[in-house]
Design a protein around this ligand. Structure first.
Ligand SMILES: C[S@@+](CC[C@H](N)C(=O)[O-])C[C@H]1O[C@@H](n2cnc3c(N)ncnc32)[C@H](O)[C@@H]1O
Length: 250
């Protein structure tokens, strides 16, 4: 079982945002050729890209997430696979690795294996876009007395509501953030239907490390943004977006 299998039924209730879609859609319009999304989840980005007429392959390690994606949209070519090593047998004009899928790679070797595989799947001149959260120093520091339980959000659902709470801790030596997530589902009358806990780990990556890993993997870094409107990346930004090109052969 992968980390995200037990979260698959909640994923679309949990992540309802779409502020990043225009950015990825504009890139798919601008670049030529088919699109691959690495770590595609249930298709939050891959499905709208396919619905705009793009030829989209979605790679996702969780079979449960892929099963849900397939139910929603068969226009996407779904593949259950590990982005560090899966071989798709074709090359793409654009690759997307968004919304912290890159942070699921818990070591430098994992990240480099993915970048090498991603490059092998790009046409010469093809573009890779990676987007990760940019964490503030406060988010990476435990409050005095240690990590505390936070209420992350409440989602109103047609037949009830979903609440999420979390406790997280960051280890600066390994750059690993450990999160314990607590989900509570309530029915329309407000009665608690289910409660569950889930552990997730991500490895926090900063701008310079990401750029260096891309360069080491043979990419040419083209743009670095701090937001989906193309804002410059600077202190206080919530997002780090890096666009890197597989050099064209001459
Ligand atoms: C935070 S979700 C993001 C999903 C999607 N990109 C989105 O924007 O909604 C991260 C996803 O990456 C997947 N993932 C983690 N490690 C992976 C790997 N090695 N290969 C493929 N997918 C992976 C997880 O299973 C999860 O579905």
């Amino acid at each position: 079982m992968t980390e995200y299998d037990p979260l698959a039924d909640l994923y679309d209730l949990e992540y309802t945002h779409d502020y990043d879609l225009p950015f990825w859609l504009a890139l798919a319009e601008r670049e030529t050729g088919p699109v691959v999304e690495w770590g595609a989840g249930t298709g939050r980005i891959a499905i709208p890209l396919a619905r705009e007429g793009h030829d989209v392959t979605a790679v996702e390690v969780s079979g449960e997430m892929v099963a849900r994606g397939c139910e929603k949209c068969s226009a996407v070519e779904w593949t259950v696979g590990d982005m560090r090593e899966v071989k798709l047998g074709r090359r793409y004009g654009l690759a997307v690795c968004a919304f912290n899928s890159f942070l699921c790679l818990l070591g430098v070797e994992d990240a480099l294996a993915f970048l090498s595989n991603a490059r092998e799947h790009l046409e010469p001149g093809g573009l890779l876009g990676i987007e990760v959260s940019a964490f503030s120093p406060e988010e990476l520091t435990d409050p005095p007395g240690g990590p505390t339980l936070r209420h992350d959000f409440t989602r109103e659902l047609p037949d009830g509501r979903l609440d999420r709470f979390s406790v997280s801790g960051y280890d600066a030596a390994s750059q690993i953030m450990q999160m314990r997530l607590f989900y509570e589902l309530y029915d329309a009358s407000g009665k608690l239907e289910s409660r569950r806990a889930h552990d997730l780990e991500i490895r926090i990556v900063g701008h310079a490390e990401l750029e260096l890993m891309l360069r080491l993997s043979g990419f040419v870094v083209e743009s670095v943004y701090g937001g989906f409107e193309g804002e410059p990346f600077e202190s206080g930004c919530d997002h780090l977006i890096v666009l890197a090109r597989n050099p064209p052969t001459d």
